[in-house]
Design a protein around this ligand. Structure first.
Ligand code: SF4
Length: 353
């Protein structure tokens, strides 16, 4: 298909069918950047309230840079992939401290910022500055693979180079911002993964996947994500209405978020007795009343499935407990205000101490 023809059809489709989203009303790189980082691995409906909250709380990059990391993570709570929030904050600080609050004015400069990869740099450069650099995200892979009948694996280097080259050839030089918005929106709304609306599709006649009955075979993704099973055994130590929590600092999921004393096991554990050799739990077990878990909480992340159980260890007010050094007793209000993984929040909502 002629490149100009493809771009023209998509742009025309976009004019009539696009959703009105707040980040499409702006050319400010700060707002575009916020929306792109929030929307990575997140559906628009879920990301929209977060975008509005961030824009209202931090209307400028200076406001975001001046916030504490804990406040930023608290506002991010529930979106997952918390390294995105930390990178967002660090990059805001870098832009304020090193670049006087001004975003780099082109793709190459944006790409040098932490947390900004080729996709985000292309999105900001085209939406904010009209630079003709093509975005390639999951939607774009799907649309291009189907329309052009490409069955190269999109998870491999060869496929990624092939699609990037094609995307660069197709982008409209006159309307790069609208074209990029259009192809992503087309993938999100019209050429969806499992129910593409082929009957009312403006490129149906040119679409090779449609012509050859390969719609559900394209794009090809060979690598299957391996899901890691994890078993979390939480010990919720309670005394005087306060609960012992710690901030997660290890290089793992949920860095900087708060949870309880945790022992991870290779398989589900049935009784707290299995931890009777654990120091310092050993002495705490002797000083507390143990309430076993009522149920297992399951939490699914992109590469991990976590099954968590919570044992409550309640100590009498006068008992002197020797807590592990990373734990601190927090009041109920403090717990409400610290950033927590969704798993911990779900548990917390079901329990009152
Ligand atoms: S015809 Fe169907 S598969 Fe092809 S681009 Fe249109 S919606 Fe996608």
């Amino acid at each position: 298909m002629n490149n100009k023809f493809f771009a023209k059809k998509l742009i025309k489709w976009y004019e009539y069918h696009h959703r009105d989203l707040p980040w499409r009303q702006t050319r400010d790189p700060y707002y575009i950047w916020l929306s792109e980082i929030i929307l990575q691995q997140t559906r628009v409906a879920q990301g929209l309230p977060y975008y509005e909250r961030f824009v209202n709380t931090y209307p400028t990059v200076f406001d975001l840079a001046n916030a504490s990391e804990q406040e930023v993570i608290r506002l991010w709570q529930g979106l997952g992939y918390y390294s995105r929030a930390r990178n967002l904050h660090q990059t805001a600080k870098y832009i304020v401290q090193e670049l006087n609050g001004v975003f780099p004015p082109n793709y190459a400069g944006l790409l040098r910022l932490k947390g900004i990869g080729p996709y985000t740099a292309a999105a900001i450069a085209s939406f904010a500055y009209d630079e003709p650099v093509a975005v390639v995200d999951g939607n774009v892979y799907r649309v291009l693979a189907r329309v052009f009948g490409i069955d190269t694996d999109i998870t491999g280097g060869e496929g990624q180079r092939q699609f990037a080259k094609l995307a660069a050839e197709l982008i409209s030089q006159e309307q790069p911002a609208t074209y990029n918005q259009a192809i992503m929106e087309f993938g999100a709304v019209q050429c969806t993964p499992s129910a593409p609306d082929c009957l009312l599709c403006p490129v149906q006649q040119e679409c090779l996947a449609f012509a050859t009955g390969r719609i559900h075979l394209l794009p090809v993704k060979i690598k299957k994500t391996k899901v890691r099973e994890r078993f979390f055994n939480y010990f919720v130590i309670v005394q005087n209405g306060r609960v012992a929590m710690r901030q997660r600092t290890a290089k793992d999921i949920w860095q900087q978020l708060y949870d309880f004393y945790l022992i991870e096991s290779d398989a589900p554990v049935e009784s707290a007795d299995e931890f009777s050799d654990n120091q310092p739990l050993k002495s705490i077990f002797l000083q507390t009343i143990i309430t076993p878990p009522k149920r297992i909480f399951t939490h699914i992340l992109s590469h991990q499935r976590i099954q968590a159980q919570f044992w409550v260890l309640e100590a009498a007010p006068e008992t002197t407990l020797h807590l592990p050094p990373e734990l601190t007793f927090l009041t109920e209000d403090e717990i409400e205000n610290v950033p927590k993984p969704v798993l911990v929040t779900s548990y917390w909502k079901e329990h009152n101490f």
